[in-house]
Design a protein around this ligand. Structure first.
Ligand code: UD1
Length: 420
């Protein structure tokens, strides 16, 4: 198993280019199933989760042609789709595999998708996905760990989501685009990735309005064509590099990003005393001498993203006071706190909140990544710590960060990947 070793103490400086967003690429790739025509998707990040969806596509009989490194371009040919099953071994590796549920029902009238279990950050049910699909007329049963769904043609309807679930909104949108009549989704997720999916679907000939607002309207169409679409930049990767500048008192220009998508992160980092400039597609973060303690509460977009909570906890571990981080999205997303404590952080967990008393410095230690964003927080902590931090189980990081050690190395970090 590979490990990452970070030798802390270097102020990171320079510029870094942000890759395409994993959470936008996954639903958009799933959406290519909605037609039998080829789609060309650009700026697709090279990540483990993306490889997992390609593996799933191959099992479904869909052709995937990766087109060189330059534009991160991939051509998907779903004309050979010959299966409707997303098997256990792939869904268990990546929950987002269940994003094929909506498209498969819409295109084939049936889907058999392994029921995702719990995960490292909580129970994460998909009851709202299923409720939405049932409202659209799908028959849904659970048998031997699999969701069996079938429908003739789905019928548009009104769906009010109890919680603005991101992949739930996306699954329902993808099912509704080929339904008969109009579907209205109330209380949908407003994340940029949902807006991006709606743009991609509209470019295929769908008729969706209101994505990014509190009501999404979808007028069903009878068929869709292939798309030619470029994936938006990854706002969590951008936010992670912003924290890297802050935690190392560095100076990093984060290029090829959408500053509006990281508004909330910019605001909290300014509160923490960082100097931040913004351009059309870049953000420059300069770390100050002091990190001010700030409280953070995660919430659905446009609130502070749960996917940046662990990274901010690493930063707050070094603040000049006491900060409270409250996690409102997932029930068990503080596993990184225990590992940060191994590095000398002073963190007390109290239910959904973490109380962090800033310490003057962290010290390198052997730590274990427990999930994707937790691994990022440990790398960040390691960049500022005294001595070496050895992070195991780094396969988590490869699920969602493209070449993270190369990008950090380019900014001056002392970081290497070794066989453990
Ligand atoms: C997506 C993101 C993930 C991010 C999360 C929240 C992808 C591939 N993943 O995950 O990186 O951390 O949004 O921003 O885009 N819930 C239910 N029933 C459901 C669905 C969700 O109760 O049917 C609950 C979840 O347990 C959680 C909350 O709703 O407490 C939000 O989860 P959701 O938005 O669905 O997260 P994902 O779409 O899985």
């Amino acid at each position: 198993m590979e490990e990452i070793i970070v030798t802390g103490g270097v102020r990171l400086k320079g510029s870094v280019k942000i890759s395409g967003a994993k959470n936008a690429a996954l639903p958009i790739l799933a959406a290519t199933i909605l037609t039998s025509e080829k789609s060309r998707i650009k700026n697709v990040p090279k990540l483990e989760d993306i490889r997992t969806i390609y593996k799933l596509f191959k099992r479904l009989g869909i052709m995937v042609e990766e087109d060189g490194d330059r534009d991160r371009e991939v051509v998907i040919d779903p004309s050979t789709l010959n299966s409707s099953e997303a098997p256990y071994d792939l869904v268990k590796t990546m929950r987002a595999s269940c994003l094929v549920l909506g498209p498969l029902i819409a295109r084939l009238g049936r889907a058999r998708v392994s029921f995702p279990g719990g995960c490292a950050i909580g129970a994460r049910p998909i009851d709202l996905h299923l409720k939405g699909l049932k409202s659209l007329g799908a028959e849904i049963g659970l048998e031997s760990g699999y969701i069996n769904a079938s429908a003739q043609r789905l019928k548009g309807t009104n769906i009010c989501l109890d919680i603005p679930t991101v992949t739930g909104t996306e699954n329902i949108m993808m099912a509704a685009v080929l339904a008969e009549g109009e579907t209205i989704i109330e209380n949908p997720a407003c994340e940029p990735e949902v807006v991006s999916l709606s743009e991609a679907l509209n470019s295929m000939g769908a008729s969706i309005s209101g994505a990014g607002t509190r009501i999404i309207k979808i007028k069903g169409v009878t068929e869709l064509k292939g798309m030619d679409y470029s994936i938006i930049p990854d706002r969590v990767e951008a936010g992670t590099f912003m924290v890297a500048a802050a935690i190392t008192q560095g100076d990093i220009k984060i290029e090829d990003c959408i500053p509006e998508h990281v508004d909330h992160i910019i605001a909290r980092l300014r509160d923490a005393g960082m100097f931040i400039e913004e351009g059309e597609d870049w953000v420059r973060v300069k770390g100050g001498h002091k990190i001010r303690a700030v409280d953070i509460r995660t919430s659905p977009y446009p609130g502070f993203p749960t996917d940046m909570q662990a990274q901010m906890m690493a930063l707050m571990s070094l603040s000049d006071g006491l900060s409270v981080i409250t996690e409102t999205i997932f029930e068990n997303r503080f596993m990184h706190a225990l590992e940060l404590k191994r590095m000398g952080a002073d963190i007390t967990i109290d239910g959904h909140s973490a109380v962090i008393r800033g310490v003057p410095s962290l010290s390198g230690a052997q730590v274990m990544a427990t999930d994707l964003r937790a691994s990022a927080s440990l790398i960040l902590a390691g960049l500022s710590a005294k001595g070496d931090t050895i992070i195991s189980r780094i396969y988590h990081i490869d699920r969602g960060y493209e070449c993270i050690e190369k990008k950090l190395e380019g900014l001056g970090a002392k970081i290497k990947r070794v066989r453990g």
